[in-house]
Design a protein around this ligand. Structure first.
Ligand code: AMP
Length: 191
C-alpha cells in the first residue's frame, strides 16, 4: 500500500496536487476538510459542531477528528486497497501519533509525507482568490490569519516529527502546477 500524507499550510495546493496524485497512483482520497464541509452541507450534528470551529479558523478537537478519520478508513477499505492520500490530516502531533497507531493496527504505515512549501505572502493571495472564486466561507482575510497562526503553532511541528522518521519530502510549492506535480511524482517514484 502507498499511503501518502500531503502536508502544507492552507493554500499550499494540497487539494490540487492530491487530485493529480490520485489519478496517477490510483489512491483513495481522504480530505478531512471535505468530510467536514460535506457534513455541514447535509446539516448533520457533526457539521454543526465543525462549523463553529471552521468559521473561526480553529482546529476541530483531536479526539473527534481522530474518530472521524478511523470511521472513514473503515468505511472505505475496498476503495483504499492501493493506499490512501491523507489531505488535511494529521494537523497536530496527537493526530500524527494516532495515524501511526491506526495504520499499524491495519497492517500498514505512512509511506511518505509530501510537504508543499510556499511563502506566506503567496499563501494569503491564493486563499483570498479561492474565496472569491468558490465562496468558501473560511477563505476570508480575518479567518486566514487565524488559520495561518494555527498552522504555525500546531501543525508545522509535524515537519520535524516526520523528518525524524525519514518520511518528509520537501517540495517547492510555487510555480506551474504541472512542474510541482513532476517533483512530487519523482519523490514518490523514488520510494
Ligand atoms: P481544510 O479544507 O483542510 O483547509 O480544512 C478546513 C478546516 O476544517 C480547518 O481550518 C479546520 O477547522 C477543519 N479541519 C480539517 N481537517 C482538520 C484536522 N485534521 N484537524 C482539525 N481540524 C480540521
Amino acid at each position: 500500500m502507498l499511503n501518502i500524507v500531503i502536508f502544507g499550510a492552507p493554500g499550499s495546493g494540497k487539494g490540487t496536487q492530491s487530485d493529480k496524485i490520485i489519478d496517477k497512483y490510483d489512491l483513495f482520497h481522504i480530505s478531512t476538510g471535505d468530510v467536514l464541509r460535506d457534513n455541514i452541507k447535509r446539516g448533520t450534528e457533526l457539521g454543526a459542531t465543525a462549523k463553529s470551529y471552521i468559521d473561526q479558523g480553529q482546529l476541530i478537537p483531536d479526539e473527534l477528528m481522530i474518530s472521524i478519520l478511523a470511521d472513514v478508513l473503515d468505511a472505505n477499505k475496498e476503495a483504499a486497497v492501493n493506499g490512501v492520500i491523507f489531505d488535511g490530516f494529521p494537523r497536530t502531533i496527537a493526530q500524527a501519533e494516532a495515524l501511526e497507531a491506526m495504520l499499524q493496527e491495519r497492517g500498514t504505515a505512512v509511506s511518505a509525507v509530501v510537504g508543499l512549501e510556499v511563502p506566506e505572502e503567496e499563501l494569503i493571495e491564493r486563499i483570498i482568490l479561492r474565496g472569491k472564486q468558490t465562496g468558501r466561507s473560511d477563505d476570508n482575510m480575518e479567518t486566514v490569519k487565524n488559520r495561518l497562526n494555527v498552522y504555525h503553532n500546531q501543525t508545522s511541528p509535524l515537519k520535524e516529527f516526520y523528518q525524524k522518521r525519514g518520511l518528509y519530502k520537501a517540495i517547492k510549492g510555487t510555480g506551474k502546477i504541472e512542474e510541482i506535480f513532476g517533483d512530487i511524482a519523482a519523490a514518490i517514484d523514488a520510494l
